[in-house]
Design a protein around this ligand. Structure first.
Ligand SMILES: [Zn+2]
Ligand SMILES: [Zn+2]
Length: 190
C-alpha cells in the first residue's frame, strides 16, 4: 500500500470508529508504528486528525453557527478560541482557554473532545494534552486570569522565561483558574 492509500484507510476507519490507537493501526496495516506516525503527520498538519492522550481522532468540521463564547458571550477570537465537541456532535465555541476550561468544568459529562490552538504555531491540539500558561505578562485582550495554550512544554517554558506566569496541565489549570477567580464567575459574564 502507498502512504496515501494508508492515509485514506486510516481516515475511513476514523469515520467509522471515531478513535484509533497507533498500535492498532500498525497491526491492521501491518506496518511499523514509525510508519504510522509518518503517515499521520501530514493528516495532523492539515488539521484533519487530532492527537489525543490515547491515540488519534478526527477533527469534526466546525460549523460557525455562533462566534460567541458559550461562557462569557464575547465574540471569539480565532487564534485563542477553544472548541468543545459535545457527545451529541454539537460544537461550542469559547473565546479563549480561560473560558474553554471553565465551560468544560460545567459540562464535562457532555463533552467528547476539547480542542484549542497552540499559541505559537496556531496548530490544533487536544486541550487535555496541552500545557497552559496562566498570568503571563502579555495583554491578549481576553479574559482574566489569562490562559495561553502550548503543545510543547519546552515552548511553554521558553515563553514563560520571557513573559512569566505559571504552567499547568489541563486538570490543574482548571483548578488554578477557579481558585484565582474565587468562585466569583467570569469577569466578562453578562
Ligand atoms: Zn469567553
Ligand atoms: Zn476569553
Amino acid at each position: 500500500m502507498l502512504p496515501i492509500e494508508r492515509q485514506q484507510q486510516i481516515l475511513t476507519w476514523l469515520e467509522q470508529e471515531e478513535t484509533l490507537r497507533v498500535s492498532d493501526i500498525s497491526k491492521r496495516l501491518e506496518v511499523s508504528e514509525m510508519t504510522v506516525y509518518r503517515d499521520l503527520k501530514p493528516l495532523i498538519d492539515q488539521q484533519k486528525v487530532l492527537k489525543t492522550s490515547n491515540g488519534i481522532t478526527l477533527i469534526p468540521k466546525i460549523y460557525a453557527s455562533s462566534n460567541h463564547c458559550s461562557y462569557c458571550y464575547k465574540d471569539s477570537n480565532t487564534r485563542l478560541s477553544v472548541q468543545l465537541i459535545k457527545k451529541n456532535q454539537h460544537v461550542e465555541q469559547a473565546c479563549c482557554p480561560h473560558c474553554g476550561l471553565l465551560r468544560f468544568q460545567d459540562i464535562e459529562n457532555d463533552v467528547s473532545q476539547i480542542i484549542c490552538h497552540d499559541f505559537l504555531k496556531d496548530t490544533t491540539i487536544s486541550a487535555k494534552t496541552a500545557n497552559f500558561l496562566l498570568n503571563a505578562d502579555i495583554n491578549l485582550n481576553c479574559c482574566q486570569p489569562q490562559v495561553i495554550a502550548f503543545e510543547s512544554i519546552k515552548q511553554a517554558k521558553q515563553f514563560q522565561m520571557g513573559f512569566g506566569g505559571e504552567i499547568y496541565h489541563f486538570e490543574e489549570a482548571i483548578q488554578a483558574i477557579t481558585v484565582e477567580m474565587h468562585g466569583n464567575g467570569c469577569f466578562h459574564k453578562k
